[in-house]
Design a protein around this ligand. Structure first.
Ligand SMILES: Cc1ncc(COP(=O)(O)O)c(C=O)c1O
Length: 418
């Protein structure tokens, strides 16, 4: 496949994803539907491997970004570098295991794990990133009752501002995530007392998503390395990893090119180089990228229902893609037949059929001709936090998901009614 045919693109006869015409996808599965380019996904996986080359890294894909079974299996089977998975619910843990991720390469994050979820992780020897003292007590009680040794990491709240959207900032003191410094001290004491039922394997932090300021990430990484040194010095043995979290950015519409994944890999290298202990320098690195892996692979395919003044009403809505309504996110939208947005053209708002004024998918879009009924359009960078945040609001069905591999398309999830 030539580079210009990778992912979503225009050809003389319309919109394509890799070597499949989107008109054929719409005919076979109807719109709205999600379409995923496996070639684009491979491109990201390869780039990740190059950026972290020669580093002792375990990338744990954050499945909350996209939990499509075909995408999970594809990442689990990545041949150039073994990937693990970061999960935030028993549902995601089970989906990860079913997709072929080994339990030893899975991380269970989340601020409110229920007992049944903790039991599941402990039974499968999956590392739990602990986010509170009450959770630590819950894990100890479950490990004791099962006569198992629970493997845990401590998720730190470093009180670092990631300078991203407030709704996806997670590393400030005011955010609900992770353990503060004083809680870490209490947790470490409790772990030493507990002995055989708990094993501290590492520390972690995740300060937010779509982080375009590498310096914020660098500060949090430095904090984790220092903490690891002091944990080792205070008598905790057997640390295995430092988990630097996710948050790597992609370029949404109207934004400048964000720092690449290479800049984040370098920040980790620099942070590790500053470790006091050789054991800390050599620990396995975990990162938990979600958005960066899948955003560009996915497009939400939609059709025009009609045009009213400057509103183009399409059949996709905030129930398929809530990001514009929730985060004021701007996604690129490409209409079939409009190769370039003409500066002189008419300006439109692209809206869905849902009964909310916030159901706007894109605003002030210039088109060089008037959109027509049934005309196709694709909303780009929709592979991350698209389908996974979809809802049945207005009793709408969840959209089907179609995976494209070269010139083949496969339905991987049906349209689902309640
Ligand atoms: C603990 C944790 N890890 C990883 C991620 C993935 O973040 P991103 O998709 O920005 O890489 C998230 C997202 O919220 C998260 O909460």
């Amino acid at each position: 496949m030539t580079p210009e045919h990778l992912g979503f693109h225009h050809r003389h006869d319309g919109l394509w994803c890799d070597d499949v015409r989107l008109a054929d996808v719409a005919r076979a599965f109807e719109t709205p539907c999600y379409v995923y380019s496996m070639a684009r996904l491979n491109f990201q996986l390869d780039r990740f491997g190059r950026a972290f080359k020669n580093m002792n890294v375990l990338p744990c894909y954050a499945a909350k970004a996209n939990n499509n079974p075909a995408i999970l299996s594809h990442i689990a089977a990545c041949s150039s570098l073994p990937w693990g998975m970061d999960a935030v619910s028993a549902g995601e843990l089970k989906a990860g295991l079913a997709a072929g991720f080994s339990p030893g390469r899975m991380i269970f994050s989340g601020v409110g794990k229920k007992d049944a979820e903790i039991e599941f992780a402990v039974e499968h020897d999956i590392v739990l990133n602990v986010e509170s003292l009450f959770e630590l007590e819950g894990i100890i009680a479950i490990a004791k009752s099962r006569r198992k040794r629970a493997r845990i990491g401590l998720r730190v709240n470093p009180d670092v501002d990631a300078h991203t959207h407030p709704k996806i900032t997670t590393g400030k003191k005011k955010n609900k995530f992770g353990l503060s410094g004083s809680m870490i001290e209490l947790a470490l004491k409790r772990i030493l007392e507990t002995g055989e039922f708990i094993r501290l394997c590492g520390v972690s932090a995740h300060i937010g998503s779509q982080i375009t300021d590498v310096s914020a990430w660098r500060i949090a990484a430095g904090h984790l390395v220092q903490l690891t040194d002091s944990i080792s010095e205070s008598g905790h043995e057997g640390l295995e990893f430092i988990d630097f979290g996710g948050g790597f950015p992609v370029r949404y519409e109207g934004e400048t090119e964000p720092p690449g994944i290479e800049a984040f890999a370098n920040a980790i290298r620099d942070a590790q180089a500053c470790a006091r202990l050789a054991s800390t320098k050599n620990l396995r690195i975990i990162v938990e990228p979600g958005r960066w892996v899948v955003a560009e692979s996915g497009g939400l395919l939609t059709s025009v229902i009609g045009v009213k003044e400057h509103f183009v009403v399409v059949d996709a809505s905030m129930t398929e893609l809530i990001r514009p309504a929730l985060y004021e996110a701007r996604h690129e939208i490409v209409f079939e037949g409009h190769h370039e947005l003409a500066a002189q053209g008419d300006c439109f708002d692209i809206v869905g059929p849902v009964c909310e004024s916030s159901d706007v998918l894109a605003q002030d879009i210039r088109l060089n001709s008037f959109p027509k009924k049934n005309q196709l359009a694709v909303i780009l960078q929709a592979g991350a936090y698209g389908f996974t945040m979809a809802s049945h609001y207005n009793l709408r069905p969840l959209p089907p998901e179609i995976v494209v591999k070269q010139d083949l398309m496969a339905l991987t999830r049906h349209r689902q009614n309640l």
